[in-house]
Design a protein around this ligand. Structure first.
Ligand code: GLN
Length: 552
């Protein structure tokens, strides 16, 4: 029977609960266990697909095409295992299912209520992951303890300990110990209060994971153990990392969290095998080179809007022992021309345009792409970043002056990016997207084929529009190579330029499949090309302080 770990958060949001959950997942997996991870989100949206990235950060797409919370990206990057749509439920989905059941008459004349019906549905979703092959299910509860909307989720996990027996369940609570500058002290009171709040609703945490800026002393740990009613060795410090989020699992192992969990849940396992992880973190700490990559997007100010893209760039850096410095560029700045000024000043070694929706900022991105093409700077386009590369090439190389996408101007006579005829029908009926994993056949002798070293690959999609096949010949004639197509040849998946050191753009989202242990091949080669560019311009050296750190 599968064991369960429930992760809750207290004091404030944004403590890195998703990261911690992912790190615990990694530890257990590396101890030889089959682990499944899941996030329960208290908001009412059925999924985050319709939310603005400013509200929610990136929408993470799974293999099976679900639009989910970005924490699932951490789960995959840490454990290296794919999650599915069953790894993310929202209040909206839970209510939708219960209401559908009610309409079907499943409740036989009963009054449908939060307790038991909503809570039972939540429990069903948690238990659905606990199949025969799974040793441990880790369930992260979104939001902060004390929020009104997380109550049904907390009630569900409280009941599960009763249903499944306490030896099969473990509650992990993540809190913050703030440092009060004026007093020169860290304070444990918010942690005590947040645990108090959990206990009021019947949950006694077994493990406290304490986020902190400064090291905790033994006294702090004793105090929290005493007042929160947990064992002294179950107060685990999670200090702000110095270099990378990938240090978190190592920090937890150092304090014996792996053994603590194994003991509490009676899991017959040894120490985690993480040599490769330790080596990877060493590379992150001691890079040999540095490259600057400009990312031109629309939601640049929101740290989490391009989470997987930033992580994939860092992974690719690891493959080259290279630190990747990100230069976030607000695409609209380009439209006002100060973007180009910034490029001339910051001198990026590579330019990336990520995915996006809507017209705002697109002219700025087109200008950035043109700059990369004309100055022979490595360019990598993702989804919208491919569509805009096609538009730029149409306008400035193929003489299609008003080349555009029907997303921006449906009436234009030069929609080089358009809906496929069958998609048009679907779109008229309410619009749906190509979501999740699709195969892509690679053409021999191309950069894409060399990167993947495979004839066919599978990548995740989240888009509506495609390359308009009417223009294929014209583009090919002018030097665009269609290096990846759907196996039936109908859909363009990857384009690259013949006459450019590294200009490649994809209709899919490779960032979702990159991990620090296995950097994505296209990201890896993009950073490789950027490093080559930097070396050619005598600009790949690390700043002096980094070098000293390495020597020391
Ligand atoms: N807006 C474009 C489309 O729907 C691109 C989507 C994306 O970049 N994810 O096709």
């Amino acid at each position: 029977m599968a064991k369960h770990i429930f992760v809750t958060g207290g004091v404030v949001s944004s403590l890195g609960k998703g990261l911690t959950t992912a790190a615990v997942g990694l530890l257990l997996k590396r101890m030889g266990l089959k682990v499944k991870l899941q996030k329960l989100d208290p908001y009412i949206n059925v999924d985050p697909g319709t939310m603005n990235p400013y509200e929610h950060g990136e929408v993470y797409v799974t293999e099976d095409g679900a639009e989910t919370d970005l924490d699932l990206g951490h789960y995959e990057r840490f454990t290296g295992d794919y999650v599915s749509r069953h790894s993310n439920y929202t209040t909206g989905q839970i209510y939708q299912t219960v209401i559908q059941k009610e309409r079907r008459g499943d409740f036989l004349g009963k009054t449908v209520q939060v307790v038991p019906h909503i809570v039972d549905e939540i429990k069903r979703c948690i238990l659905a992951l606990a199949d025969d092959e799974t040793d441990v299910v880790i369930t992260e509860i979104g939001g902060t303890v004390g929020d009104i909307e997380s109550l049904p989720f907390l009630e569900a996990i409280r009941q599960l300990r009763y249903d499944l027996h306490s030896r099969n369940c473990l509650y992990m609570h993540l809190t913050l110990v703030p440092y009060i500058k004026a007093a020169g002290e860290i304070k444990t009171k918010p942690t005590q209060q947040s645990v108090g709040e959990l206990r009021r609703i019947g949950i006694q945490p077994d493990v406290l994971i304490v986020r902190t800026e400064k090291h905790l002393t033994d006294d702090h740990k004793k105090k929290m153990a005493l007042f929160c009613n947990v064992d002294r060795d179950a107060v685990i410090e999670e200090k702000d990392v110095e270099h990378s989020i990938y240090e978190v699992p190592l920090m937890l192992i150092e304090q014996g969290l792996d053994q603590l969990v194994a003991e509490r849940l009676s899991l017959p396992v040894g120490r985690p095998r993480i040599r490769d992880w330790i080596d990877m973190v060493e590379v992150v700490k001691h890079p040999k080179h540095r490259v600057r990559i400009a990312v031109a997007g629309k939601y640049i100010q929101h740290q989490d809007a391009y989470k997987s893209v930033y992580e994939a760039l860092k992974h690719a850096g690891i493959a080259h022992k290279t630190e990747v410095e990100l230069l976030p560029i607000e695409a609209e700045d380009f439209e006002k021309r100060n973007g180009l000024k910034r490029f001339n000043k910051d001198k990026p070694h590579g330019i990336l345009v990520p995915g996006g929706f809507g017209q705002r900022g697109t002219e700025g991105k087109v200008a950035a792409i043109r700059f990369a093409r004309e100055n022979r700077i490595p360019y990598f386009g993702l989804c919208l970043g491919m569509q805009l590369a096609v538009i730029e090439f149409g306008r400035n190389v193929c003489g299609l002056d008003s080349a555009t996408s029907s997303e921006f101007d449906p009436k234009s006579a030069q929609c080089v990016i358009d809906l496929m005829p069958d998609q048009r029908e679907i779109a008229q009926k309410g619009g749906t997207m190509r979501l999740g994993a699709y195969p892509c056949a690679l053409r021999d002798g191309t950069k894409a084929r060399a990167a993947y070293a495979a004839e066919q690959v599978s990548e995740r999609h989240r888009h509506r529009y495609e390359f308009n096949n009417q223009y294929r010949e014209q583009y090919e004639h002018r030097g665009m190579i269609f290096s990846g197509l759907s196996p039936d040849g109908r859909l363009v998946e990857i384009v690259e330029l013949a006459d450019h050191p590294w200009f490649l753009a994809v209709q899919f989202h490779p960032e979702f499949k990159s991990t620090p242990i296995q950097p994505h091949p296209l990201f890896r080669d993009f950073i490789g090309a950027a490093l080559q560019y930097a070396k050619d311009h005598q600009d790949a050296a690390l700043p002096a302080d980094k070098k000293e750190e390495r020597v020391g």
